[in-house]
Design a protein around this ligand. Structure first.
Ligand SMILES: Nc1ncnc2c1ncn2[C@@H]1O[C@H](COP(=O)(O)OP(=O)(O)O)[C@@H](O)[C@H]1O
Ligand SMILES: [Mg+2]
Length: 376
């Protein structure tokens, strides 16, 4: 019996839950040449959504050329340009010799040497570029438009972990350069996404920043319970096990609808189940998750002052007026200026999430663990 749940990697077409409206909006933008900036906390499903959207477009035979890149390990402008060139060129063909010919045609004298994984020469992605000269920003950043014209297809450039641009030596200067070229591209749609909301929010909504009003900003939400419950029930059935509707719902609600954790908890429950899920199985799965995270959570709250612990307790109690006189006192929060500092610190520590004026726990297992530990 195969495990039907998946967490930690991007979700493929099998097991992808809902997001119909998001896919519709994103693919419409992509086809119509509207740039999209997609933002949500980590592990809510951005990368999966982009891949699924591209996948569905391919299924529907929409004629586009998708290029995907991830800025996770990009630390300099030069690395960015190289990665960018590689992703765009990769999108031109599935054959490395074709890709190389395209590179020669489009990059001219700065074309890098190419090496192929000789053990696996048939594999289309087993090649590496070796750059002899410094990549020329103008030539490289205009590549997608050039490719789109040559191939007579719209190019879709998807850049994951876009907030990492903020850690480049001259982040704003470089963004200015990027935007100056990209905004002239008639046949390219950009999809820029990432998870550090305060950084990305500034990139895209601050009028002094280069990417201000670059396109449609999508704030991705969690996945609603009405979509999780049938998915979980079907997944159990398909793998020869069974779960009642009420317990399937309990999984998604206990995990606060957080995509990654709903999948993780569903997996734990599935794993503990011989045939039919019971209340006890659910409890055992929660216990296991709490246990697994024990040392991790301890390290997060080690040495934490009373006021921060107080804030966590207030949030568990469902408080949203942290700065009322009564709550400042009850939870030892100090002054209302202090509350701002606490929020900032707990956000940095990834204990809480600030989202459209709402504060919640970043990790739904954390408050469960906290209550156990502190008998709260
Ligand atoms: N549409 C979805 N259906 C089912 N599970 C999902 C979906 N989107 C995300 N997930 C779950 O969340 C996890 C994180 O998704 P991912 O796309 O990597 O998020 P992000 O890119 O926002 O960090 C996945 O491994 C999967 O367990
Ligand atoms: Mg991702």
């Amino acid at each position: 019996m195969n495990n039907p749940f998946c967490y930690g990697t991007t979700i493929g077409p099998v097991g992808f839950v809902n997001r119909k409206a998001d896919i519709e909006r994103l693919s419409r933008n992509m086809v119509n040449g509207i740039n999209t900036m997609l933002i949500s906390p980590r592990r809510w499903g951005k990368s999966s959504l982009v891949l699924q959207t591209l996948h569905q477009m391919k299924d529907k035979q929409v004629k586009v050329l998708p290029a995907k890149m991830d800025l996770f390990s990009v630390r300099t402008e030069e690395e960015f340009l190289r990665e960018f060139a590689k992703s765009c060129l990769r999108a031109t063909s599935s054959r490395w010799d074709d890709i190389f010919n395209n590179a020669r045609e489009l990059l001219g004298k700065i074309t890098p040497a190419i090496s192929i994984d000789t053990k696996n020469p048939e594999s289309d992605l087993s090649f590496e570029f070796h750059w002899q000269s410094k990549p020329d920003p103008e030539v490289i950043l205009n590549l997608p438009q050039k490719i789109a014209e040559k191939k007579k297809k719209r190019m879709i450039v998807c850049i994951d972990e876009f907030q990492n641009l903020a850690s480049l030596p001259d982040p704003v200067g470089f963004q200015k350069v990027l935007r100056s070229y990209w905004q002239q591209h008639q046949n390219v749609s950009y999809c820029l996404y990432g998870s550090k909301r305060h950084i990305l929010n500034e990139f895209f909504t601050d009028s002094s920043m280069p990417f201000y009003r670059f396109g449609d900003i999508m704030w991705l939400e969690k996945i609603a319970e009405e979509h999780w419950t049938p998915f979980i029930m079907k997944a159990f059935l398909k793998s020869g096990k069974e779960i009642m509707e009420e317990l399937a719902t309990k999984i998604s609600l206990t995990m606060d609808l957080h995509p990654y954790y709903v999948q993780q908890m569903a997996y734990f429950v599935w794993n503990l189940t011989e045939k039919t899920v019971t209340e006890q199985t659910i409890t055992a799965a929660i216990e296991e998750m709490v246990r697994n995270n024990d040392s991790f959570f301890i390290s997060k709250i080690e040495g934490m002052p009373d006021s921060q612990i107080g804030f966590i307790k207030a949030l568990i109690d469902g408080i949203d007026q942290f700065s009322s006189t009564q709550n400042l006192q009850k939870y030892h929060l100090g002054t209302s200026a202090n509350v701002i500092k606490i929020r900032k610190y707990l956000t940095q520590k990834e204990i809480i999430d600030q989202w459209q004026m709402k504060t919640s726990f970043a990790d739904p297992v954390f408050p469960i663990w906290f209550k156990r530990r502190f008998g709260y």
